[in-house]
Write a protein that binds this ligand. Structure first.
Ligand code: ADP
Length: 181
């Protein structure tokens, strides 16, 4: 159960790389009725050296999860956070008020990852993970069903509608927690 004492919610935006997490998180931070801090967890890991090493073959960092959780804990406890990462199961259940899992058609996802210059192997791995809905299953097995929401992120109309829904959700959350909106 998420902390009842927070005055602003913690929203996890997750999904396979390229599904649109950072784009959504940035737009939500801009449009939210209350201040929200967008934490791009991958960037945090790099900037703060919260990794064990860098895997050349996969072009990715091996994250030091204990260090990451220790650094995030006091920040998340304040509330008003958007956690943007391609995995979510390491975050304690009590951290999350809402978990948004972004989904994208695999052909479109392939194009986005190609544009990003990912090695073929990494594009294939992520594409397969999206088809097998790995992140969605992970979210469903880590958090209560009622806080996990799957949203399509293929075109800009999806992006706008998703952000609008999240803004509405924040407004309701604030009312439910006795806060002025
Ligand atoms: N719903 C969407 N509509 C249009 N373009 C999108 C959408 N979601 C993501 N994109 C585009 O896909 C690319 C990857 O998005 P990004 O937010 O960086 O993904 P992630 O943070 O999940 O890796 C960006 O070029 C972004 O503009």
């Amino acid at each position: 159960m998420a902390s009842p004492s927070r005055q602003a919610p913690v929203i996890i935006i997750t999904g396979t790389p390229g599904t649109g997490k950072s784009t959504h998180a940035q737009m939500l931070a801009d449009e939210s009725p209350i201040p929200l801090k967008h934490i791009n967890v991958g960037e945090w890991v790099k900037e703060r050296g919260l990794y064990e090493d860098f895997d050349q073959e996969w072009q990715s960092y091996t994250v030091d999860e204990d260090k990451l959780l220790d650094e995030l804990e006091p920040v998340v406890a304040e509330g008003g956070i958007i956690l943007d990462w391609h995995t979510c199961e390491i975050f304690p259940e009590r951290w999350a008020d809402l978990v948004v899992v972004l989904r994208c058609d695999h052909t479109r996802l392939w194009e986005r990852l190609e544009k990003r210059g990912y090695p073929l192997k990494k594009i294939e791995e992520n594409n397969e993970a999206e088809i097998m809905q790995v992140v969605l299953e992970e979210a469903r097995s880590s958090y209560p069903a009622e806080i996990v929401v799957e949203l399509k992120s293929e075109g800009t109309e999806d992006l706008e509608a998703n952000v609008e829904r999240m803004v509405e959700w924040i407004t309701l959350w604030r009312k439910d927690h006795g806060e002025e909106v």
